[in-house]
Design a binder for this molecule. Structure first.
Ligand code: ATP
Length: 219
């Protein structure tokens, strides 16, 4: 059964008292895959973080800057996805001396994102696309009801990006993802949310969005 997970009703969203998006009305329901589209600075991250703040349950969040700790290994960065599942003593032990079972668990999600064998590499020594894969692996390890991600595949090619989104779909029933690749968004999403001029101007299925509708987002 479909459930409403978050609702905004005619709300103004912004930062430091300044409105970025005015009159936002939007509901996110379970089972939906929302792609947030709009030109740079339109307010995709603003909307994404607001939805994040309204959701209950177990949520995985992939920020635009990946939120990784450079000097730590891919293993440790991925393990962070489950830090709040364990007591401090266990996390400290894992930081210094990961068990074979813990390594194997993390290897499963690193394999799923194409990072097999890179678990011990400090993430600051990885490429931009590999860092995004680590951040996605961390979300996959976390799991949960919903994944929110801010341009999580912007540094990989289109084919790899589609594969990574498919990995997310296998784990998460509901997704909200800010994207810059329109074709990828149309191929993946069940619903397109278009932002322009400080408002949501498009809220429809990918097939309902005309080329003109999409082009108007990037004027
Ligand atoms: N954490 C923040 N604190 C203050 N202002 C912010 C913050 N995040 C975004 N803004 C401001 O909100 C406006 C919209 O930015 P936002 O990051 O939501 O757009 P975006 O569509 O995600 O852009 P991009 O595609 O470049 O990431 C911008 O003017 C930006 O400076």
């Amino acid at each position: 059964m479909t459930r409403v997970l978050a609702t905004l009703e005619n709300e103004d969203l912004g930062w430091d008292g300044k409105t970025v998006l005015a009159g936002v009305s939007l509901s996110v329901a379970s089972g939906e895959r929302l792609a947030l589209l709009g030109k740079s600075g339109a307010g995709k991250s603003t909307l994404l973080t607001t939805i994040y703040s309204r959701l209950l349950g177990r949520i995985a969040y992939v920020p635009q800057d990946t939120g990784l700790v450079g000097p730590l290994s891919a293993f440790h960065n991925v393990w962070m996805g489950r830090l709040d599942d364990h007591r401090t003593a266990r996390n400290l032990r894992t930081l210094v001396w990961p068990s074979k079972a813990e390594r194997a668990t993390v290897d499963t999600v690193l394999d799923a994102t194409g990072l097999s064998g890179l678990g011990r590499r400090p993430v600051m020594n990885l490429s931009g696309g590999q860092k995004q894969r680590v951040a996605l692996s961390r979300a996959l390890l976390r799991g949960g009801d919903v994944v929110l991600a801010d341009e999580p595949v912007s540094a990989v090619d289109v084919t790899q990006g589609a594969e990574l989104l498919a990995r997310l779909d296998e784990t998460f029933a509901t997704s909200v993802i800010a994207m810059h690749d329109v074709e990828m968004a149309k191929g993946w999403a069940t619903r397109i949310i278009g932002i322009a001029g400080g408002r949501i101007v498009l809220d429809c299925t990918p097939t309902e969005a005309s080329d003109a509708d999409i082009a108007a987002l990037y004027v």
